[in-house]
Write a protein that binds this ligand. Structure first.
Ligand code: SAH
Ligand code: SF4
Length: 441
């Protein structure tokens, strides 16, 4: 956090930063469960080379106003830009053939259609793709925040797992992202840009083709048909930008993702759940992971602020909840910690009356993690108890484990390098050693 603040203080051109409402609402005891208050970088339609990719309709309107486009043209011009950016995936203003030459030149002078940079792509044996993405710099001292984004293709769907923050202020004890120090909120444009980058990378635009050998769904639909906010960060600690991004992603004239195919996963930010349902109307997933407060306090420390009862009450009140729109409860299987028969029975009892799916997630280990994944027989037994009680309880097949792309394994490369640099400094190894080690983790 200090780094981001310092950048903002020292550099007058840097985007303004502000402590978010969520952080303020977090109250005085926040530091006991969170590393830092998170920061918002305010998305801007700032002229001077800023990219228009990812902007909302209102932000596009502001961008047009800033270069002197008369107000009476705004609606039409925004519609044109929207079509080119979000429906066709245009990368250059010259493609916008129904926009007059003069305006195209003006737009190109002031703005770009640049995407965040893809620093690396890793392709798993199972076709999962993980991209390390560097966001645009917010000033000369900032080389750009890095996040990871994962594409999981199946035969009948393609799921994109997006990040809502750089790192996460929460510190769930089994999650790799939670160990990352630097945290800031992503802007709505940065969230949308992850979908744009994914469509670029897998050729999912009209007239584009997927890269050779890429596994993509074969049902005739879009290659990215589903979005899950299960990458880095806690989406409900960044609700304004997450909701704005969902509006852009689900817009029928552009990216056209169905809101029912967008799932927001939260560790339990109770005060924001109602708003998410009312404003974004997406599917909800809850990272439950424990059925007793004493254990959940340790695994998912936000439980100390909003306990299991408060969380489940908020679930019962989630707008639009019905048998057709169930809440997914995520439950990570930790050996000897939360995986007994009694835990399974208590889980079923707790969820009584809530239209629910239960998603059992085999724990994905990461370097330095202190838990083990439950044995397969244990997971099956747990799943059987849940199933007998009438719940679909698919065990989520870990995807992309070989490239550390599975749930909770995301942590940006810079942070890994930094951590290694620290470790090596302590052991008296020079910086060149850091790079020599590569990213073999
Ligand atoms: N912050 C949000 C969304 C991102 S985490 C949340 O916590 O819900 C997405 C899911 O991955 C969550 O259910 C999280 O608990 C789970 N997860 C985190 N670390 C994991 C790990 N090492 N193995 C398996 N699942 C993990
Ligand atoms: Fe943050 Fe979710 Fe990881 Fe918890 S599980 S540290 S809330 S990303």
């Amino acid at each position: 956090m200090a780094t981001v603040l310092d950048i903002a203080k020292r550099n007058p051109n840097a985007a303004p930063v502000a402590v978010s409402d969520a952080a303020r609402a977090a109250g005085a005891n926040a530091l006991s469960i969170e590393k830092t208050a998170e920061l918002n970088v305010v998305a801007g339609a700032a002229p001077g080379g800023a990219s228009l990719v990812g902007l909302t309709r209102d932000q596009l309107k502001d961008s047009l106003a800033a270069i002197g486009v008369p107000e009476r043209e705004h609606k039409m011009r925004v519609a044109q830009l929207w079509h080119w950016i979000y429906f066709r995936g245009a990368k250059d203003f010259s493609e916008m053939t129904n926009v007059g030459k003069e305006l195209r030149a003006k737009l190109a002078d002031a703005y770009t259609l640049a995407r965040p940079q893809v620093i690396s792509e890793q392709v798993s044996k199972d076709g999962t793709r993980k991209w390390l993405i560097r966001m645009a710099s917010t000033g000369p001292l900032d080389k750009g925040a890095e996040i990871e984004c994962v594409y999981i293709p199946e035969t009948d769907r393609g799921t994109l797992c997006v990040s809502s923050q750089v790192g996460c202020t929460l510190t769930c004890s089994f999650c790799h992202t939670g160990t990352q120090r630097l945290v800031r909120n992503l802007t709505s444009a940065e969230i949308v840009a992850q979908l744009i980058v994914a469509r670029d990378m897998i050729g999912d635009w009209p007239d584009a083709t997927p890269p050779e050998g890429a596994f993509v769904p074969n049902d005739g639909g879009r290659f990215v048909s589903n979005i899950v906010f299960m990458g880095m960060g806690e989406p409900l600690y960044n609700p304004d930008d997450v909701i704005a991004a969902i509006d852009v992603m689900s817009d029928g004239e552009g990216l056209t993702l169905s809101r029912r195919r967008i799932t927001v996963s939260t560790s339990g930010v109770v005060p924001q759940m109602e708003r998410l349902g009312a404003e974004a109307n997406t599917m909800l997933a809850i990272s439950l992971h424990a059925v007793r407060d004493d254990l959940r306090d340790v695994l998912v420390p936000i439980n100390r602020k909003y306990d299991i009862k408060q969380l489940l009450d908020a679930c019962r009140a989630y707008p639009g909840l019905s048998n057709a729109r169930r809440i997914t409860f995520e439950y990570v299987m930790l050996k000897g910690v939360n995986d007994s028969d009694a835990d399974a029975r208590e889980l079923v009892r707790l969820l009584k009356g809530i239209p629910a799916k239960i998603n059992l997630i085999p724990f994905n280990p990461w370097p330095g993690s202190k838990y083990e994944c439950s044995d397969w027989e244990r997971i099956e037994r747990f799943s059987e108890i849940v199933y007998r009680a009438g719940y679909a309880s698919p065990v989520r097949t870990p995807r992309g484990r070989d490239i550390l792309a599975a749930c909770g394994q995301l942590k940006s490369e810079t942070e890994k390098l930094r951590a290694r640099a620290r470790m090596m400094a302590e052991q008296g190894i020079g910086a060149e050693g850091v790079y020599a080690v590569g990213n073999g983790e």
